[in-house]
Structure formats: structure tokens, C-alpha cells
Design a binder for this molecule. Structure first.
Ligand code: SAM
Length: 302
């Protein structure tokens, strides 16, 4: 056993705290599970999974495997995207009877590009408590290691599979200044890189976070122009799980501010404030509300 492992184990009594905490009944526990490395699960999550009356899960086979790895055996209830509404009713009845139920997905945080949101909505609407247990999420894991410096991120999740719809969604993101976060299936990763390069500037930075927390983890950053070539360079790169991060559009500078103001002034000579702001927003990609406020000021100063 390495020094580090033995030191971690000697800290375990501290972790016993988890057993002394309160775990309210009549509560739905939303529990994040690992996205690859099975040991990335919190002590509190394991404790909750050991004490609940049942675990509602996306795929009972996957959750059974996870539970078995930790020596846990609780009844499992299938709760996937096709039965969420009906299962919500069953869960609500059981919670109302005072049970504790955990909700998990196959990997990561439930309800984030995964089933669970409808169940949570229904349980909350029934006036019952929902208690989140934080843990892995591929999006945040990728962001943390990307090196893209930006205080904001915009979670897009999965893009539409159809090319035209994907193009429309990407076009609508052209002016987003936050780092954008996409989930993508391996068989579409090359199409995704090509579609991004067709819509955004070739020098925009992109990060491919592949197989996070697993043996063949790879985090690669490059300009969009080089993205497809990087994927093609190794046949393994069209396999595994991916988060794609795209740097946001550059923040508007002073020159652009002046240009937006110039366009707004011209439009105000011909159109009412609301329409001028809407048109100026379309032309410049700036926020309509901010342009509307500025248009009102200009009108009043007139
Ligand atoms: N709820 C999960 C979460 O919180 O991250 C996401 C579930 S979504 C159905 C699955 C997608 O997440 C994958 O297609 C991939 O884009 C991303 N993902 C999940 N695990 C990953 C990993 N280990 N490495 C990279 N991406 C991953």
C-alpha cells in the first residue's frame, strides 16, 4: 500500500462523520455517481445509497454493478427517459409514506443531459423534499482542466444529430461570449468538429476532453482549424466519451461599442425604440435589452 493510500485510510475515522449526519425521511436524494473512475464517489453518496429504501436508476444493470462494487444491496427501480412520468407517481406515493429514495443516472449528475428532471419536478411539486448529493459531472470536470479562462460557461449539451438543425443551433451561438460546453457521441465527434469549424472562426480555441477519469483520458486544446485533423490523426479518437469546449466570442471592444451606437442612432431616425433595438441587436449581435435601454436614453436626450 502506498504512503498516500495509507494516509488516506488513516483519515477514515473523520469520514465516519457522515454516519452521524441527518438523513431526513420522505426525501428524494439526487445522487451523482462516477463518470469513469469508480472511486470518484463521495462518502456521503455511499452512505445514502446504503440506507435508502430504494434506488431509482436509469439502467438497473449499470446501477447494480456500481452498488455491488461497494457491497451495497438496495432494491432498484427503473427510471429512464421513457417512464419518468409514471415512475414519478410511484416514487411520490412511496415518499409520502415516509420512505427515502435515491435517484441516480448511469454516470455523473442526474438531470444533466440525463433522465431525472421530470421526477425532481414532480416530487417538488408534491411538496416533498429533494436533497442533492453533488459529485462528478463531465461538463464541470472538463471545464476544470481545460485552461480556458472565462468566468462564464454556457452548457449546450448534445447538439441535434441532423446536420441542418445542428447548423442552426451553432449559428445561434456565434456571439456567445461564455465558454460553450457540448456533449458529443463518439461516432459524431468528427462531424461535430467539422460543423464547429464551418460556423466559428478558425482561430477559436476548442478543447476535446476525452474519456475523463478513465485510463485513456486525453485533454487536447487546439484552434478550430486544426480540430478535424487532430481527430483523424488517431483512430482511437473516434471512440470513447467526449466533452467539447469552445472558447466564447471575444468580448466587444470600444470600437464595436461605437459602431453599435452609430447603427442604433441611424435606426432611431426611422423606427420606434423597440424596433430599432431589435434590429440593432440582429445586426451587431449585442444584447437587445442593453440596446433598448441605450435607445431610450438617446431618444430622451433628443
Ligand atoms: N449526467 C452526466 C453528467 O453529469 O456529466 C452526463 C450524461 S450524458 C448522457 C453522457 C455524455 O456526457 C457523454 O456522451 C459525453 O459527452 C459526456 N461524458 C460522460 N462521461 C464522460 C467522460 N468520462 N469523459 C468525457 N465525456 C463524458
Amino acid at each position: 500500500m502506498s504512503d498516500i493510500t495509507s494516509r488516506a485510510i488513516s483519515a477514515l475515522p473523520v469520514l465516519e462523520e457522515t454516519a452521524h449526519q441527518t438523513y431526513p425521511s420522505a426525501t428524494l436524494y439526487v445522487v451523482a455517481t462516477p463518470i469513469g473512475n469508480v472511486t470518484d464517489i463521495s462518502v456521503r453518496a455511499l452512505h445514502v445509497l446504503s440506507l435508502v429504501d430504494a434506488v431509482a436508476c436509469e439502467d438497473t444493470r449499470n446501477t447494480a454493478q456500481l452498488m455491488t462494487r461497494f457491497g451495497l444491496h438496495r432494491p432498484l427501480i427503473a427510471a429512464h427517459q421513457h417512464n419518468e412520468r409514471e415512475v414519478a407517481e410511484t416514487l411520490i406515493a412511496r415518499l409520502q409514506a415516509g420512505e427515502r429514495i435515491a435517484l441516480v443516472s448511469d454516470a455523473g449528475t442526474p438531470a444533466v443531459s440525463d433522465p431525472g428532471a421530470r421526477i425532481v419536478e414532480a416530487v417538488r411539486a408534491a411538496g416533498l423534499r429533494v436533497l442533492p448529493l453533488p459529485g462528478a459531472s463531465a461538463a464541470v470536470t472538463a471545464l476544470s482542466a481545460s485552461g480556458l479562462v472565462n468566468d462564464q460557461f454556457y452548457f449546450v449539451g448534445f447538439l441535434p444529430a441532423k446536420a441542418k438543425q445542428r447548423e442552426n443551433v451553432l449559428a445561434s451561438l456565434r456571439t456567445v461570449t461564455a465558454t460553450m460546453v457540448f456533449y458529443e457521441a463518439p461516432h459524431r465527434i468528427l462531424d461535430c468538429a467539422t460543423a464547429l469549424a464551418a460556423v466559428f472562426e478558425p482561430e477559436r480555441e476548442v478543447v476535446f476532453a476525452r474519456e475523463l477519469t478513465k485510463m485513456f483520458e486525453e485533454i487536447h486544446r487546439c484552434p478550430l482549424a486544426a480540430a478535424a485533423a487532430w481527430i483523424r490523426a488517431d483512430a482511437h479518437r473516434e471512440k470513447g466519451e467526449f466533452v467539447v469546449l469552445l472558447a466564447g466570442a471575444p468580448a466587444h471592444d470600444g470600437d464595436n461599442d461605437a459602431e453599435a451606437e452609430r447603427i442604433l442612432k441611424i435606426l432611431l431616425t426611422e423606427c420606434p425604440v423597440k424596433q430599432a433595438a431589435a434590429l440593432a441587436a440582429q445586426i451587431t449581435g449585442r444584447k437587445k435589452n442593453a440596446l433598448y435601454d441605450r435607445a431610450l436614453q438617446l431618444k430622451q436626450a433628443d
